[in-house]
Ligand binder design. Sequence first.
Ligand SMILES: Nc1ncnc2c1ncn2[C@@H]1O[C@H](COP(=O)(O)OP(=O)(O)O)[C@@H](O)[C@H]1O
Ligand SMILES: [Mg+2]
Length: 332
Amino acid sequence: MKTLGETILSVRNLSTVFDTEYGVVKAVDGVSFDLRRGETLGIVGESGSGKSVTNLSLLRLVPEPPGRIASGEILFKGRNLLEGDEEDMRLVRGSNISMIFQDPMTSLNPLLRVSLQIAEALQLHHGLDRKAAERKAVELLTSIGIPDAETRAYEYPHQYSGGMRQRAMIAMAISCGPDILIADEPTTALDVTIQAQILELIKSLSAEKTMSVIMITHDLGVVAGICDTICVMYAGRIVEKAPVDELFADPRHPYTRGLLDSVPRVDLAGGRRRLYSIPGSPPDLVDLPPGCPFRPRCDKAMEICGQKAPPEVGFEDRTVVCWLHAQEGKIS
Ligand SMILES: Nc1ncnc2c1ncn2[C@@H]1O[C@H](COP(=O)(O)OP(=O)(O)O)[C@@H](O)[C@H]1O
Ligand SMILES: [Mg+2]
């Protein structure tokens, strides 16, 4: 396993809610995790589990109203980002933590040539003049695998294929040399071959630049080859956190097990013809039942699961929030 650096991001007890006409939606409910330099952390869960809102909260990009960060700390290199002003936050977004999205068109301006968009970021953060910035943009595009970048750099985003746009967005995101790259379902819209190439690109960038990555996905298959650590989210909470190999070899939360059983496995003889799918659907985040939010869908549920919220049970290097394991580990 690769060696990781110091902790650069520490999220403590983060809760983000939306005030809606139906009530308060608890989108993120007491989330805590650490990210170390050079680490790639996967955040996995079904759609609606709070992955995007967690990461938008890190950058304070949750639309406000209806959203608001209700509590918690986001310590970046020891400084609580929730305490700084908007100007501080702009600096952090521009040079320390950058984000790429599923749809590159949310980040790329359709009216500007790609070279210019990347150059603008470089001019802003590195004080380069236009000419030098454009040259650097071409270099950057070449380095992330845009063929014939000298010509293609001067095209508009719509002239690019989906995979190339995703690469251009990554070029923009890494142009300022961020400490952390947040990738929110960056490959969901791409076909599998291109998907693999983009993941490979992100992996090599993180290795070369000792950049940390937060990789958000609903697909455990995506995180297997690229992540060091996985957080599994359900109903706005992290229900299991473990090094990737341990999570795959020995999933402890019934929800994690369900997610894993829903992933096509090439390592099983003959493959699995029929994929499992977890019965039921995620709970209403306005009106969560008492006890464990996964209980109604859990085939291992016990009486206590409907009565009391499950404890976070800690093991040597992993945690699980589940009554099934309450006797085994250390309850925090
Ligand atoms: N602008 C909003 N207004 C109300 N609820 C929202 C808003 N944005 C997100 N949510 C709710 O927050 C929850 C988590 O959403 P999200 O983080 O986008 O899920 P994921 O990324 O895991 O698919 C969902 O239940 C969603 O409906
Ligand atoms: Mg999302």
